[in-house]
Design a protein around this ligand. Structure first.
Ligand code: RAM
Length: 390
């Protein structure tokens, strides 16, 4: 299918989703873990649809700017400064989040400050947030490198009147007002575990190659995989041999993949719930012609050459959501906090421009969250359509 035709179809899907109120309700629905494994690939048809407009905003034409302003549905950020603190520099996923965030804030008349710590450490984020407090920004949106260690700094920010909005990787509830979650945590865990089940043939050894050991999002997904596996005898013949940490650094992720291969000769599958880890592992496995198969969370742009059903490819399929949309939704949520449209309480609602209406739901940690939507499956049939999008 040609990109243009796909785009038309996706726009139609998006319109249908919006008309059916999918934007607001998908979050709550995607928390239902048991249904998630069945529904993940099909139910996510609409997920990337909302992002089709995003790459077009790269063309900085006046018409584009007008369209973007229109797409924000009147969200007003004028005169306000919105900071985004990602996990680390040098990760294309983070750049895509920033791209979506900037698109919305700038179209709504606001100013964006981007902070990219050199490595995915909490210390670097504390330094970045302290400088944002001194600068007197109106809002900080942060993808946390540690669940608890940012608390003192973020509480200081909130005490200074700065609206703190988590996204991608959450802090504890005391450190934030709300959290924009890319997908339901249980749903991601279920989806990944089912992929491991499928690729191992239902039994045998698998390993997880994660990001940093403190990353809240990866840890939550891994915990979900473990608890789902423990609670269902269907998975009793799967053996998780190790969770390795590549720290979202390509070289360390490469080294950790090689170590897993030499430590576990009977390994069948590696699952990497990080875009940096999965692309490093994909290259190692494919270059070595390994029989170990890979799945996880990856960017289509980085994974296209590794996705295929035959032995020449290391990754039969993988999952992700749209990181540009995650940035966009984080921007809308930040604007809603700054304008007082939401306070962060469960049940608050806001309109995220052309993404539709969203409701803050219970994140299960005494705080609220806003769920973007279900994860989307990328396989040999659709990877070519998505590799140029994100
Ligand atoms: C990496 C980061 C990010 C995560 C994705 C899936 O890029 O760790 O936080 O959401 O992978």
């Amino acid at each position: 299918m040609k990109r243009k035709a796909l785009s038309v179809l996706l726009s139609a899907a998006m319109t249908a989703a919006l008309l059916s109120g999918c934007g607001g309700s998908s979050g709550a629905a995607s928390e239902s873990a048991p249904a998630a494994s069945e529904a993940a690939p099909a139910a996510s048809e609409a997920a990337p649809a909302a992002s089709e407009a995003a790459p077009a905003t790269d063309a900085a034409s006046e018409a584009g700017a007008d369209a973007a302003a229109q797409a924000t549905g009147g969200a007003d950020a004028s005169g306000k400064t919105f900071a985004i603190v990602v996990k680390s520099a040098g990760n294309a996923y983070n750049t895509k989040e920033e791209e979506g965030f900037k698109e919305v804030i700038e179209a709504a008349g606001g100013t964006v400050v981007v902070k990219e710590p050199e490595a995915a450490t909490v210390d670097a984020q504390i330094t970045a947030i302290q400088s944002l407090i001194s600068q007197g920004v109106d809002s900080i949106s942060v993808a946390a490198n540690d669940e608890n260690a940012l608390q003192a700094t973020l509480e200081e920010a909130m005490a200074a009147g700065i609206k703190v909005n988590g996204f991608d990787s959450k802090t504890n509830a005391d450190s934030r007002m709300t959290f924009v979650n890319q997908a339901g945590t249980q749903e991601v865990g279920q989806t990944l575990l089912d992929a491991v089940y499928d690729l191992t043939g239902g039994e045998g050894q698998y390993a997880i190659l994660s990001a940093t050991s403190q990353a809240t999002n990866q840890n939550a997904w891994i915990d979900a995989m473990k608890s789902i596996a423990e609670g269902d005898s269907k998975y009793s013949k799967l053996e998780l041999v190790e969770v390795a940490y590549g720290d979202d650094e390509p070289q360390k992720s490469t080294d950790q993949t090689q170590a897993l291969l030499s430590k576990y000769p009977d390994l069948k599958v590696i699952c990497a719930p990080t875009t940096v880890g999965v692309s490093a592992a994909a290259k190692v496995l494919q270059d070595q012609g390994s029989s170990v198969k890979l799945t996880g969370l990856g960017l289509p742009s980085e994974m296209a050459e590794y996705i295929g059903a035959d032995d020449a490819h290391s990754c039969p399929y993988m999952f992700l959501w749209n990181p540009i949309d995650l940035g966009r939704l984080a921007a809308y949520s930040a604007i809603a906090l700054v304008n007082g449209d939401i306070t962060g309480a469960v049940g608050d609602t806001f309109t995220a421009g052309d993404m539709g209406d969203y409701t803050l739901t219970d994140a299960g940690d005494n705080g609220s969250e806003i769920i973007l939507g279900p994860p989307f499956k990328f396989d040999p049939d659709n990877i070519a359509e998505w590799k140029d999008v994100y």
